[in-house]
Design a protein around this ligand. Structure first.
Ligand code: AMP
Length: 455
């Protein structure tokens, strides 16, 4: 079946047809690295990780690019507060960001591009905008003149005059329109800088991304993602810049946006001070519980974050993992219905994922499968088929635990325990069980041998 996605640009569900055959150039806005990432970021990045992986599952040849905003007002402010350089602060949090993504199993990104590695390309884009009459220089920088780009507002679906009326009146009287946005910021005392035709300074936020994507992808590409807060002004301004430079429309064919993760009905944000870092959460819950939590909600639906909701997700995921453990040791009679159920489930899973990545329904198909298989007697061969199938789905979802993922050290302890039991050394066996428990695992005996579960 053909994949369909909801495109913010057209506000329609559209058939997903990349610009060139099966190749998909995908870009998602990365973080501004002045602090640890929070659980709201995790939602956006895990959901795009699942989207990228599903595109690959469908046979698309995806190149997934993400930018790293390593120069920005917030970085400068935080660095000053800490009495360190912006460069040092950004380098530190860039590493922390990669660490967080790794712990969440977000590993679909092909390239991370740091804004400060693209200064010549940024300068070139600003020069072109000035030459083409879309930008002007003031005492404090270079600005994009939104009135020159009549389609400004097409992504956020706001008429230009409404944007003009709604723009904050800034103290900068040199700006032609209060909503004109900055392309280059001239250096203020003590700020980091790069040389440019407009003197020392640094880039504005929106131009970083178009300079990166034009370098890596060219002037047009397939898919651009981010959280809904980025639609305006960030993504709107990216369109204005790049379409003004190249004259090729649309700059990006499909725009996808994730809804927020809220906490007590408010957006989780660093600036609101109501955030919980990914690390705080990972010290309490397993990364896979998180992935499951995010996969159980549609990417365009907001999530309410609470301990109870995560606890609920954990229970849901436990059911899937228990099923896997059971199937791994299946030794009844093989049943030809299993093949049929696998085919039916695969079809339902894909049908939902193909419909704008309907993850909750796709996950529900797995539960239906579990329920149906649980009604049958199954054999070893069936078990192998089921595990193969679940693994295929998990390449996309990344939340299931297969038995062999139990660390070798734990399996070795469990085997020593079996030996102790065979030798009727109950004291040793109990000690080994306690040791396994101490390390976060639970061992039990079945007629087919021992099973180990994560606690
Ligand atoms: P930032 O570093 O704040 O620019 O955010 C990086 C990415 O995370 C952007 O795509 C944001 O839209 C997204 N994001 C930030 N806060 C949240 C949130 N509470 N829920 C979902 N996504 C978020």
């Amino acid at each position: 079946m053909a994949l369909k996605v909801f495109n913010t640009l057209t506000r329609k569900i559209e058939k997903f047809v990349p610009l060139k055959g099966k190749k998909v150039k995908m870009f998602v806005c990365g973080p501004t690295i002045y602090d640890y990432s929070h659980v709201g970021h995790a939602k956006t990045y895990v959901q795009f990780d699942i989207i990228a992986k599903y595109l690959r599952y469908k046979g698309f040849d995806v190149f997934y690019l993400q930018n790293i905003t390593d120069i920005d007002d917030k970085i400068i402010k935080r660095a000053n507060e800490n009495n360190e350089t912006s460069k040092k602060l950004a380098a530190r949090f860039e590493e922390e960001y990669y660490e967080d993504m790794k712990s969440l199993g977000v590993d679909s990104i092909d390239k991370y591009a740091r804004a400060t590695d693209y200064i010549p390309q940024i300068i070139k884009q600003i020069k072109t905008l000035l030459e083409k009459g879309y930008a002007y220089e003031t005492k404090d920088g270079v600005y994009f003149e939104i009135d020159k780009f009549s389609e400004y507002g097409k992504l956020s679906h706001q008429p230009l005059d409404q944007i003009q009326a709604g723009a904050r009146v800034t103290i900068n009287e040199e700006k032609k329109n209060p909503a004109d946005f900055s392309l280059w910021k001239k250096q203020k005392p003590g700020e980091p800088f790069w040389d440019s035709p407009w003197g020392k300074g640094r880039p504005g936020w929106h131009i970083e991304d178009t300079a990166i994507t034009e370098t890596e992808f060219g002037p047009n590409y397939d898919l651009h993602g981010g959280g809904i807060d980025l639609i305006f002004p960030h993504h709107e301004s990216e369109i204005a810049q790049m379409e003004a430079i190249s004259g090729n429309k649309p700059f990006v064919k499909y725009w996808l946006h994730t809804a927020f993760l809220n906490i007590r009905k408010e957006k989780m944000a660093k600036s609101l001070g109501n955030f919980l870092t990914i690390r705080d959460m990972l010290s309490k819950w397993d990364k896979k519980t998180f992935r499951f939590f995010f996969a159980s909600t549609h990417y365009r639906t907001a999530i309410d974050f609470s301990d109870e909701n995560i606890e609920q997700a954990k229970k849901g995921l436990d059911r899937i993992n228990e099923f896997i453990r059971k199937v791994l040791v299946a030794n009844g009679k093989d049943n030809k219905k299993v093949k049929e159920l696998i085919e039916k489930t695969k079809e339902t899973f894909e049908k939902h994922m193909d419909n704008d990545f309907e993850m909750p329904q796709a996950v529900a198909a797995i539960y239906d499968f579990i329920r149906d298989v649980n009604k049958l007697e199954i054999g070893k061969k069936d078990g192998e088929k089921i595990i193969k199938f679940m693994r295929e789905l998990d390449v996309v979802l990344g939340f299931m635990t297969f038995e062999e993922e139990i660390p070798d050290e734990i399996l070795a302890l469990a085997e020593q325990r079996v030996q102790a039991r065979n030798e009727k050394d109950w004291v040793k066996s109990d000690k080994l069980r306690a040791k396994i428990k101490e390390k976060g695992f639970y061992v039990d005996d079945t007629t087919d041998g021992f099973i180990v579960k994560k606690l």
